[in-house]
Design a protein around this ligand. Sequence first.
Ligand code: TRP
Length: 459
Amino acid sequence: MKSNLITTKPELSRAGFTSGFGVLAATLGSAVGLGNIWKFPYLTGANGGAGFLLVYVLATLLVGLPVMMAEISLGRAGKANPISTLQSLAPKNQPWWLIGVAGMLGAFLILSFYSEVVAWVFAYVVKALRGSILSSDPHVTEAAFGALISDPVQSLLWQWVVLVFIGGILLMGVTKGIEAMTKKLMPILFLLLLLLCAVSLSLDEVWEGLAFLFQPDFSKITASVVLTAMGLAFFKLSVGMGTMMTYGSYFRDDQNIPLTTLRVMAADLSISMLAGIAIFPAVFTFGFAPAAGPALVFITIPAVFSQIPMGQGLMVVFFVLAAIAATGAMLSLMEVPVVILHERVGLSRTKATLLTIVLLVILGSTSALSNSTLADHRLFGMSPFDLFDFVSSNIILPVGGIFIALFVGWGWGFEKFSRSLTNNNQLHNRHLAQMVFLLLRYVSPALILIVMLKGLKLF
Ligand code: TRP
């Protein structure tokens, strides 16, 4: 059993994804997650609504998408973990592989708070089963969420459940099975979101909710709002830290990279929009605060379900599906440290997985206890949870993005990039490759840098 795990990767084998649809599904499985259902609504609510959404879409097109194409083409050319890929593609003695090291640290930071949000989702499955949160009264749903996150024991135990669950999936080598299941279940999540939208669109304050989401108030777009929107664009597409580079290494040579990334982006954006439409009319109808922060979805969604017949049962299904979507995203995040520890440090995949889980139990506990035991511990005015969330999306992913763009634009060069994006000139998309290359060489890095410096008030 053990040697089997050492010699063959139990999941995405280096042989790669076998079908075009499999590639799309796996890449989408990484992108779609709590970013759509939890992070997108909470950030949109906290940053003024439509203006934020507009900047987020622009950032996705000008920065997220080109960097995603860059990462996947690098990965497919390098066919290894991010560190080895960058080493083999870069000119001798240029330390571009440090991007891979930063990516691994980024994965730990993201997983340490992400696993806690998944923990809340798991806890909500049980709460939904009991029916104790099904209410349109903000006081009731806020109290239920508050009781969960301010209880150190529940917060920690649910996070351990999540980490053991993910670790178990990796150790048993059943990630392929999970991905197959995800593929089949995601359409149900999509339908359920559609139903929630229909309910929300029948609420009293539907126009106020939709105006908040779609009618930009440009005065609300500050430098820090722009940085947050750009950070979300990276986070959503899983770019800036090597996840997509790792997935790119499993891509087949005849896979159309630009088309795949476009489809993933479009599907991902649609799911976020549905989540937004489901939530904001309810926020205004029932009197929730749009700027409630990370709590927003957990306090609002029960109110929407309280308006439908069989709402309780459907809410159970909703949180189960959200947990499954989050599992796909977590697996892709875990893949980066695990594959680096396996291929670079020489640990077996079993040991690499166990070490990653143990480190996450330790680091993640600070996120889990952010609203209880550690509530008074602030760094830069933020709890560990908020700090990991902020630093990963607004610093690590954008900086990773700058260097990935710079590497393709100035180190790897147009010929190699174009060969990768055009599948050796088999696809007739050389103009597209030229355009993306120019974006990567000049526009994206400059844009990211300016947004970061302004957003962090460094200039
Ligand atoms: N994109 C996922 C989500 O929206 C999260 C995620 C998975 C991620 N892999 C990533 C974010 C890599 C940043 C980098 O839930």
